[in-house]
Write a protein that binds this ligand. Structure first.
Ligand SMILES: [Zn+2]
Length: 163
């Protein structure tokens, strides 16, 4: 299928928790290929299945040398703190400052269904959190204080109109 259309806020699929990935088959492999293609085309560093309208707990990422596929992701450890800008392909990449843990350990399954753990810092850690949130039906703007969230939504609506 190739490049898919990215679903944008406030589509309800983005606020729904994805279903667990149960079949580690050819179809899943193809879906992940499409997700990578779609992510690179959009110049993103991570993309979760709900962002292309597929309600599954699955994401792909390629960020600061960490390229992986994560099915059924969980954050098993998070420590420290980092303050930095975050954006989302489903919210027009409008950036907002968000405090996140600075060192994060992800546990997930690969394409064969094997569990693995990976620890990351900095932007890659932020990516683990952001994409796992997507799988749980949460957007980064849900973490923002009300005023800042409204500002991002307002900017996004304006940007969308201007396309
Ligand atoms: Zn996102």
């Amino acid at each position: 299928m190739g490049i898919r259309k990215i679903v944008e806020y406030p589509n309800e699929v983005l606020s729904r928790a994805g279903k667990p990935v149960e079949k580690f088959d050819e179809e899943l492999r193809k879906l992940c290929e499409d997700m990578f293609e779609t992510m690179y085309e959009a110049e993103g560093v991570g993309l979760a299945a709900p962002q292309i309208g597929v309600s599954l707990r699955l994401f792909v990422m390629d960020c600061e040398g960490i390229k992986l596929i994560a099915a059924n992701p969980q954050i098993v450890e998070a420590k420290g703190e980092q303050t930095g800008a975050e954006g989302c392909l489903s919210v027009g990449k409008i950036p907002a400052i968000l405090v996140r843990p600075s060192e994060v350990t992800l546990r997930a399954q690969d394409l064969e269904g094997n569990w693995f753990e990976k620890t990351a810092t900095g932007l890659a850690a932020r990516c683990f959190l952001h994409e796992t949130d997507h799988c749980d039906g949460k957007l980064f703007i849900d973490h923002l204080p009300k005023l800042r969230r409204e500002m991002v939504i307002k900017k996004f609506r304006k940007e969308k109109k201007g396309r």
